[in-house]
Ligand binder design. Structure first.
Ligand code: SF4
Length: 288
């Protein structure tokens, strides 16, 4: 190998290792065995429930699904959709999501004091997507927790603080990105939103994505992955590879709340985030 190539490779390795050390240090991770295969199968994320799996199996193939459906405001809780309509808007093989002329304010006005699903009953407030509406990078999680419900912003609790550190480790600031959830109301006891609840709420997220047109979406955790990408596999299997959501690159990775429970997954998460960072670094901004 020519001398310059070796030098460049070493510089790259050094940079990666410094960044990773910085990321892990920021996260307060100590004594992590980098590259250890012993972390590969530790504490897998919670499995999809049998009922959810049954509903997913009943969903029609993506190529038979209708176009994006947009819920309009109503004043009483909506009836749950049938299982075979649960993924009607989430087809990843559907045409690209065209840039929408809607503003986020228009979408949020439409959401209003939403009562479209049963999660309205236990929430303090609706937690809408928050951040830079010209962002190239969007993060999507599952649903608000107690801190988010109290403050009205996504990812402001412990998991949110970890997410901020993850973003900063990528060389960005939280103000550079936009962050949201598939469901906007806190589920009681922080349970997972049901497939029905997610199916009712996610069209609002799709409308925001159409309005923002991020270049990459990082989808965090099993529930968000399943509801955004119609993905049946768990996050451990699909993380680390770019997927497509209607013409937008999506990187699945672990949810920060899961990383708080299982810090051994931080290394893999960092690998995923580096891929996102490298893609954005190597791609001219659409706004340039
Ligand atoms: S979770 Fe979504 S659909 Fe359900 S009440 Fe809240 S905003 Fe409405």
């Amino acid at each position: 190998m020519p001398h310059d190539s070796i030098k460049e490779e070493l510089i790259g390795l050094l940079r990666d290792s410094r960044e990773q050390a910085s990321f892990l240090g920021e996260l307060g991770v100590e004594n992590i065995a980098l590259g250890s295969s012993s972390t590969q199968n530790a504490a897998a994320p919670p499995a999809i429930t049998a009922a959810a799996e049954a509903a997913i199996r009943m969903a029609p193939p993506a190529n038979q699904q209708p176009a994006l459906q947009v819920p309009r405001r109503q004043t009483s809780p909506a009836s749950p959709p049938s299982a075979d309509s649960l993924f009607s808007e989430a087809a990843t093989t559907a045409p690209s999501l065209a840039k929408s002329s809607e503003t986020l304010e228009q979408i949020w006005t439409d959401i209003g004091e939403c009562t479209r699903c049963g999660l309205c009953e236990g929430r303090t407030q609706v937690v809408n997507t928050h951040g830079n509406r010209n962002a190239r990078l969007m993060f999507v999680g599952e649903a608000p927790g107690a801190d988010e419900d109290a403050q009205g912003k996504p990812f402001v609790g412990r998991a949110g603080q970890l997410l901020t550190k993850m973003i900063e480790a990528m060389g960005m600031k939280r103000e550079n990105v936009i962050i949201g959830n598939v469901n906007r109301c806190r589920p009681p006891g922080n349970r997972q939103p049901t497939l029905e609840e997610a199916a009712i709420c996610r069209p609002f997220l799709f409308r925001e994505i159409a309005a923002i047109q991020p270049e990459v979406i990082v989808v965090m955790g099993n529930t968000a992955l399943r509801n955004l990408l119609e993905e049946r596999e768990g996050i451990s299997r699909v993380r680390g590879k770019f997927r497509d959501f209607r013409g937008i690159k999506v990187m699945p990775t672990f949810h920060p709340a899961y990383l708080l429970r299982d810090p051994s997954k931080k290394r893999e998460t960092w690998e995923d985030l580096k891929m996102v960072r490298d893609f954005l670094d190597g791609t001219p901004s659409r706004q340039d």
